[in-house]
Write a protein that binds this ligand. Structure first.
Ligand code: ZN
Ligand code: MG
Length: 363
C-alpha cells in the first residue's frame, strides 16, 4: 500500500504538469526573426579627453548620455613617429589596427596602403556610414576610406570617397567635389553611382546611397548657429543603414571639440561637447531598441591640455584653462554599450579598437 502511494504521487504530479503544458502553445504565433547581423556605431569626439567630459557634465547639470555606459576603458593615442598624435594617425589606428606616422591616413609608416575596417566590411556586404561636423575629407572620417601620407590632399581624398562604396556620408567639404582644380565634377560621379545628394538632413528622403553635404568647406560651429545637424544626420544615417540585412558600421565624429580646444575657447568647447553628446544619445537609443548594436564612444586624443581649475556644480559653471593650442598625449576614455561591450574594458592601445571591432563582426 505504502509503495503504491509512493508511485501514484509522482505519477499524478507528472500528469498535472503535462496537462498544464498542453494549455501553452510552445511556439509563439509571430516568432521574432532571428537576428543574424551586427551593427557598430563608433562615435569619436575629436580632442575629447576626461576634462572635456567633466566640464560638459558639469555645465549640463551633472549628466551626459555617454556616461550611461557601464563598460569603460582607457586607450593610449601616441602614433608611430611622435608621442603626441595628429587626428589622421589616431583615426588610422582605430580604422586599420596599425600605428602610423603623423599626418598619414590609411597607410603604414612606410606609406603602404592598409585595408580599413570600412573597406573590409564593404567587401563583406555590410553597410557603412560616416557622419562628421568637419569636412567629410578631413582626417578623422578620411582615415576610414582614404590612403594618403599627407592628410591635406583633400581633392585626392574626395576621389577616394567616391570610389569607396560608403553607403551614407554626411559632412562639409562639398567644394572638394564640385570646385576642383582638375575640373571633374564628383557630384555627377556620385549621382552616376546611385547616390542621392542632399544639402540638409531633411532633404534626405530616400533609403538609398546618400551624400549629405552640410557645407561647401568647414561647417560652422554651434555658437555660430550650426544647429542640431549632427544629431539629425546621425538619425538619417541610422534610418538608412538599419535596412541592411548584413548589419552596418557607422562612424560619427564631433569634430569641432578639437577645433574649439585649438582656439582655447571654453564656451565653443562646451557647446560642441553637448552637441556631440546629443548624437551619442541618438546612437544609444537606437542600440537599446535594436539589441544587436554595439556603441563605442571615445576620443582620438586630448586637445589643448584643458584643465578645470575651478567650478560650481550647483550653478553649472566651470573655470577652465588651456596649456597649449595643440594636442596632448593624455590617454582618453572609451565608453561602450550593448553586445560585446565588455571587450572594451581595460587599458589598451588605440589600435586594439580595430581588432575588437573585427572580433565583434566575427572576422
Ligand atoms: Zn583629432
Ligand atoms: Mg577630426
Amino acid at each position: 500500500m505504502k509503495r503504491s502511494i509512493i508511485l501514484i504521487i509522482p505519477l499524478l504530479f507528472l500528469l498535472a504538469c503535462t496537462g498544464r503544458e498542453d494549455n501553452i502553445d510552445p511556439k509563439p504565433v509571430n516568432p521574432e526573426p532571428e537576428k543574424n547581423y551586427q551593427n557598430v556605431i563608433l562615435l569619436i569626439g575629436d580632442g575629447m579627453g576626461l576634462t572635456q567630459i567633466t566640464g560638459a557634465r558639469t555645465v549640463n547639470g551633472g549628466q551626459l548620455n555617454m556616461l550611461k555606459c557601464k563598460s569603460i576603458g582607457i586607450q593610449s593615442t601616441h602614433c608611430a613617429d611622435k608621442y603626441v598624435t595628429d587626428s589622421g594617425a589616431s583615426a588610422t589606428a582605430m580604422s586599420c589596427g596599425q600605428k602610423t606616422n603623423y599626418y598619414s591616413l590609411g597607410v603604414d609608416p612606410q606609406g603602404n596602403p592598409l585595408e580599413t575596417i570600412v573597406e573590409t566590411l564593404e567587401k563583406d556586404g555590410v553597410a557603412t556610414g560616416l557622419v562628421t561636423t568637419s569636412q567629410i575629407v578631413h582626417a578623422t572620417p578620411a582615415a576610414f576610406y582614404a590612403h594618403q601620407t599627407d592628410r591635406f590632399q583633400y581633392e585626392a581624398i574626395a576621389l577616394e570617397l567616391v570610389k569607396s562604396g560608403v553607403d551614407f556620408f554626411a559632412g562639409g567639404g562639398q567644394k572638394y567635389f564640385d570646385q576642383r582644380s582638375d575640373g571633374i565634377n564628383l557630384i555627377d560621379s556620385l549621382t552616376a553611382r546611385g547616390y542621392q545628394v542632399a544639402n540638409a538632413p531633411d532633404e534626405v528622403s530616400e533609403i538609398k546611397k546618400t551624400a549629405l553635404f552640410i557645407a561647401s568647406d568647414k561647417p560652422v560651429s554651434i555658437p555660430e548657429g550650426r544647429g542640431p545637424v549632427l544629431k539629425q544626420s546621425t538619425q538619417k544615417a541610422l534610418e538608412n543603414l538599419k535596412t541592411s540585412k548584413k548589419g552596418f558600421f557607422l562612424m560619427v565624429e564631433g569634430a569641432q571639440i578639437d577645433w574649439a580646444g585649438e582656439e582655447n575657447d571654453q564656451e565653443y568647447l562646451m557647446a560642441e561637447m553637448l552637441d556631440f553628446d546629443a548624437a551619442v544619445g541618438v546612437a544609444l537609443d537606437f542600440a537599446e531598441t535594436d539589441g544587436n548594436t554595439l556603441v563605442v564612444i571615445t576620443g582620438d586624443h586630448e586637445t589643448a591640455g584643458f584643465a578645470l581649475t575651478n567650478g560650481n556644480l550647483a550653478n553649472q559653471t566651470i573655470t577652465g584653462q588651456f596649456v597649449t593650442w595643440l594636442h596632448t598625449a593624455a590617454m582618453v576614455p572609451v565608453f561602450a554599450f550593448g553586445p560585446g561591450s565588455d571587450a572594451f574594458t581595460g587599458v589598451y592601445e588605440n589600435t586594439d579598437l580595430y581588432f575588437k571591432f573585427r572580433n565583434f563582426y566575427g572576422l
